[in-house]
Design a binder for this molecule. Structure first.
Ligand code: ATP
Ligand code: MG
Length: 689
C-alpha cells in the first residue's frame, strides 16, 4: 500500500490515523478520542483518517462526518479528496460519491428527518425556522396567550427563545435552567411552561421545525430501538470534529448511533469550548472515556504546527490563568523574534486606521489580504472598520454576519418558497399576505386560521373569496402559489416565478427598488448552486452564505479580500496575520452576560481561541474608549475602557507593547481623563433622582 499520505504526520498523529484500520475480516475499530490543543493538527489528522479509511477500502457513502460549519465540512471533503487522489491515482471513480454525508449536526439531522418522516409521523415537507422566524412565532404565541400584556415585565421574545433553547439542548428541567441562567425570569415559570407547550403545538400544527427541533427530533427518533439500529447501520464510521462544542442532545445522538462506540472518532480541545450559551458542554469530551469504557482509546497531541513560539507562549500564558487546568502543554519548533503586539489606540476609528495600515503594509510585503483576519467578540464591533474599509475600497468578507439574508426583500422571496413548500408555515404566510394591498394582520390571520383547519390548506386558500379591496392581487398570489406547489417551472426557474410575482409589490413598498431587484437576481444565482428547493431552503437557513463587502452575499471567489469574523465563527481556522479588536474589559469579557465565573472563564477561552488562530503575526488592540450599543440601561454611548483582565501585568512580558499613533497617545489620554470626570459628574447627579 502506498503510504505517502502518512509520511508527513508525526507518530501520534499517525497512530490516530491508523487506529483500528486493517483489522482482520474488515472489522471496525473501537471508539477513539483525540484530545489536543489548538493547532496541533486535530482537523488535519481527522482528514487523513477519513482518507486512510477510504484508501483501505471503506465506502465513502457509509462515512458520517460532522463538523462545526458547512464551510468546514466542504473544506474537509476537499482535503480528503486531495489525499485520496494522490494515493489512488489511476483508480478513477472511487471518490465519485465522496463523503455524501459530511455536514453539520443540524444539516445531517434535517436530511435524515426528511428521509424518515413517514416512520416518525411528520410531514417531509416541513420548513425550517431560523432564529428570527422562531422568535416571531414565539412572539405570536406570547401575544395570543396574553402574556405580553401581563403586569410586570414578561421576558422578551428573544429571552423566551433563549430559555426554551437552553432547556431543550441541555436536557435540563426548566426550573433548573431558570435558576442557573435566567434568575430574573424565575417568577414566570408557570407562564413560560404554558408558552412553550403552546409554541410546540403551534410548530407542529404548522409543520415547521426550528433549529433545536432538528436535534431534538433526531434524538427522539434514535430513542426507537429499530430506527436507531437502522440509522446506525447505515454508517460504518462516524467522525466528529470540535467535539468540545457539542451539547447533551448531540452526545446522546452519537451514543444511539454507535452504542458501543465501534467506528466512532471524536476530536476536540477542552480549552477551546466556547458555545456553552447554546448549551454545549465540555463534559461531553471529558466524559467520553467513561461513556465508552473500557474500549475507548485516547490520543493526545502536543506539538503545535501553526504558530510561532512567541505567539504560542502568549496564548499559553492566557490559558494558564484559567481556573480549570488544561494539562496540554503545547510546544512548537517555529522560532521567531517577533512577539505578539499589544497596541493601545485612542478609539475605534484609530483602531480601524491602525489595522488598515498594517494590513496594507503586510500586503506590500507579500501577504495576501486573504491570509489576514480581523477577529471580534460580537458582530457589530466591526462596524467602524467596515465603514473605513468600504471608504478605502478594500474588499472584505465577513463571517458570522448575515446582512444579505436579513434584508426584507430577500426574506420575502424566501417566504414565498417556504409557503409553497409548506402552506402551514404561518410565519411565512403571515408575512406574504400582508404584502397584498387591503390585507392587514386580521384578514391574514383569518385566512391562515381557515387554512389551518383544512386538511388541504392550499385548496382552502383557493376556495376563499378574495378580501374586499385586494381583488386581483389576491388572485395572482394564489395562482402563483399553486404554480410553485405543482413545481411547474422546476428548480431553480421557480425562483424567477416568485420574483415576477413579487416585483410589483417591491416597487410599491421600497423606494430603492432597483438595488433590491439586483439582490434578488443574486439570490437566483446562489439558488442555482443547490439541487432542489428543499436543499436550498434547508442549507440557506442552517448556514447562510457569508456577507461580503459588496453586500451581495456572493463570495468573491477569485479576488483577494480581507477576512472579518466573529471569534466564534473563526473556530478551527488559521491566518498568517491576525488582529483582535477591542481587547478591553466590556468586550472581552463581554458585559452582556450575568458575569458568573463560568461565563468569564468561557470568555477567557474565547480570547485563547482568537490568539491561537495566528500563524506568524498577532495584534491585540485596546482602544481607550469604545461605543456600546444600547445593551445596558444607559443606551448607546461611548465608554472608557481598560485592557482586558485576561492580560494582567504579569503577562505583559509576552507582548510588544506600544501606543498608536505614538505622538498623540498621551494627549489623547489627557483628553479622555477630562471626559471621564464629566461622566462621573453625571453619575453623582443620578444619585439624587
Ligand atoms: P484547532 O484547534 O485550531 O482546530 P487543529 O488542532 O485542528 O487546530 P489543524 O488545523 O489541523 O489543527 O492544523 C494546524 C496547522 O498545522 C495546519 O496548517 C496544518 O496543515 C499543520 N499541520 C498539522 N500537522 C502537521 C504535520 N504533521 N506537519 C506539518 N504541518 C502540520
Ligand atoms: Mg481543528
Amino acid at each position: 500500500m502506498n503510504a505517502a499520505h502518512l509520511e508527513k504526520l508525526n507518530d501520534r498523529q499517525r497512530s490516530a490515523v491508523e487506529h483500528g484500520v486493517g483489522l482482520p475480516n474488515g472489522a471496525i475499530g473501537g471508539p477513539l478520542l483525540i484530545i489536543a490543543g489548538a493547532g496541533s493538527g486535530k482537523t488535519n489528522t481527522l482528514a487523513h483518517r477519513v482518507a486512510h479509511l477510504i484508501i483501505n477500502g471503506a465506502d465513502p457513502r457509509r462515512i458520517l462526518l460532522m463538523t462545526f460549519s458547512r464551510r468546514a465540512a466542504a473544506e474537509m471533503g476537499r482535503r480528503v479528496e486531495r489525499i485520496c487522489a494522490q494515493v489512488l491515482a489511476g483508480k478513477a471513480g472511487i471518490m465519485a460519491d465522496a463523503l455524501a454525508w459530511a455536514g453539520t449536526f443540524h444539516g445531517i439531522g434535517a436530511r435524515l428527518l426528511r428521509e424518515y418522516a413517514g416512520e416518525i409521523g411528520i410531514d417531509p415537507d416541513f420548513t425550517i425556522h431560523d432564529r428570527e422566524d422562531s422568535a416571531d412565532l414565539m412572539n405570536l404565541v406570547r401575544h395570543e396567550l396574553g402574556f405580553s400584556k401581563t403586569e410586570g415585565r414578561f421576558p422578551t421574545k428573544g429571552t423566551c427563545l433563549a430559555i426554551y433553547s437552553r432547556a431543550v439542548n441541555s436536557e435540563q428541567p426548566l426550573d433548573e435552567v431558570l435558576r442557573a441562567f435566567f434568575p430574573w425570569c424565575a417568577a414566570w415559570d408557570k407562564q413560560l411552561r404554558e408558552l412553550f407547550s403552546t409554541y410546540v403545538e403551534a410548530k407542529q400544527a404548522q409543520n415547521v421545525l426550528d433549529y433545536d427541533d432538528l436535534l431534538l427530533y433526531w434524538a427522539q427518533m434514535m430513542g426507537d430501538a429499530v430506527l436507531a439500529e437502522e440509522v446506525g447501520e447505515r454508517f460504518d464510521h462516524v467522525l466528529v470534529d470540535e467535539y468540545q462544542d457539542t451539547n447533551r442532545l448531540q452526545a446522546s445522538i452519537l451514543t444511539a448511533l454507535k452504542p458501543g462506540g465501534r467506528g466512532l472518532t471524536v476530536v476536540g480541545d477542552d480549552a477551546q469550548s466556547i458555545y456553552s450559551f447554546r448549551a454545549a458542554t465540555v463534559r461531553n469530551i471529558l466524559d467520553f472515556p467513561n461513556e465508552f469504557s473500557p474500549a475507548a482509546d485516547i490520543i493526545t497531541l502536543d506539538r503545535n504546527y501553526r504558530s510561532t513560539q512567541p505567539i504560542l507562549a502568549a496564548a499559553n500564558g492566557v490559558i494558564d490563568l484559567a481556573r480549570e487546568r488544561f494539562t496540554k502543554n503545547l510546544w512548537t519548533e517555529r522560532e521567531s523574534a517577533e512577539r505578539p503586539r499589544l497596541v493601545t489606540v485612542r478609539d475605534e476609528a484609530s483602531q480601524a486606521n491602525y489595522i488598515i495600515d498594517q494590513v496594507l503594509e503586510n500586503r506590500e510585503s507579500g501577504t495576501l489580504l486573504k491570509q489576514q483576519a480581523v477577529l471580534f467578540r460580537t458582530s457589530h464591533h466591526s462596524g467602524p472598520l467596515e465603514v473605513e474599509l468600504t471608504r478605502r475600497n478594500i474588499p472584505f468578507v465577513k463571517y458570522g454576519g448575515l446582512k444579505f439574508l436579513d434584508s426584507a426583500h430577500v426574506k420575502d422571496i424566501l417566504a414565498v418558497l417556504r409557503f409553497a413548500q409548506n402552506p402551514r408555515d404561518r410565519v411565512a404566510g403571515f408575512r406574504l399576505m400582508q404584502l397584498l394591498p387591503g390585507v392587514g394582520p386580521q384578514t391574514a390571520s383569518r385566512a391562515l386560521d381557515a387554512m389551518a383547519a383544512d386538511p388541504e390548506p392550499l385548496t382552502a386558500l383557493c376556495a376563499m373569496p378574495a378580501p374586499p379591496r385586494s381583488g386581483d392581487d389576491w388572485t395572482f398570489f394564489v395562482d402563483m402559489l399553486q404554480g410553485l406547489r405543482s413545481r411547474g417551472a422546476g428548480w431553480p426557474a421557480e425562483i424567477g416565478e416568485a420574483r415576477n410575482w413579487y416585483e410589483p409589490h417591491l416597487l410599491r413598498i421600497h423606494e430603492d427598488a432597483e438595488v433590491r431587484k439586483a439582490d434578488l437576481l443574486q439570490l437566483e444565482q446562489i439558488a442555482a448552486g443547490y439541487s432542489s428547493r428543499e436543499r436550498f431552503l434547508t442549507e440557506l437557513t442552517l448556514d447562510p452564505p457569508d456577507a461580503t463587502s459588496d453586500q451581495s452575499g456572493v463570495p468573491l471567489l477569485d479576488e483577494d479580500y480581507l477576512i472579518l469574523s466573529t471569534i466564534h465563527s473563526a473556530k478551527g481556522q488559521e491566518w498568517k496575520s491576525v488582529f483582535v479588536l477591542n481587547c478591553v474589559d466590556g468586550c472581552i469579557p463581554s458585559d452582556l452576560g450575568v458575569g458568573s465565573t463560568s461565563e468569564i472563564e468561557e470568555e477567557r477561552r474565547l480570547l485563547y481561541v482568537a490568539m491561537t488562530r495566528a500563524k506568524d503575526s498577532l495584534h491585540l488592540i485596546t482602544p481607550q474608549r469604545f461605543f456600546t450599543h444600547g445593551q445596558n440601561a444607559q443606551g448607546d454611548r461611548h465608554v472608557y475602557a481598560s485592557r482586558t483582565r485576561f492580560i494582567p501585568a504579569t503577562l505583559l512580558q509576552f507582548f510588544e507593547c506600544s501606543a498608536w499613533p505614538a505622538a498623540t497617545a498621551s494627549a489623547a489620554g489627557q483628553r479622555d481623563a477630562r471626559q471621564i470626570r464629566i461622566d462621573v459628574g453625571a453619575r453623582m447627579r443620578g444619585m439624587w433622582r
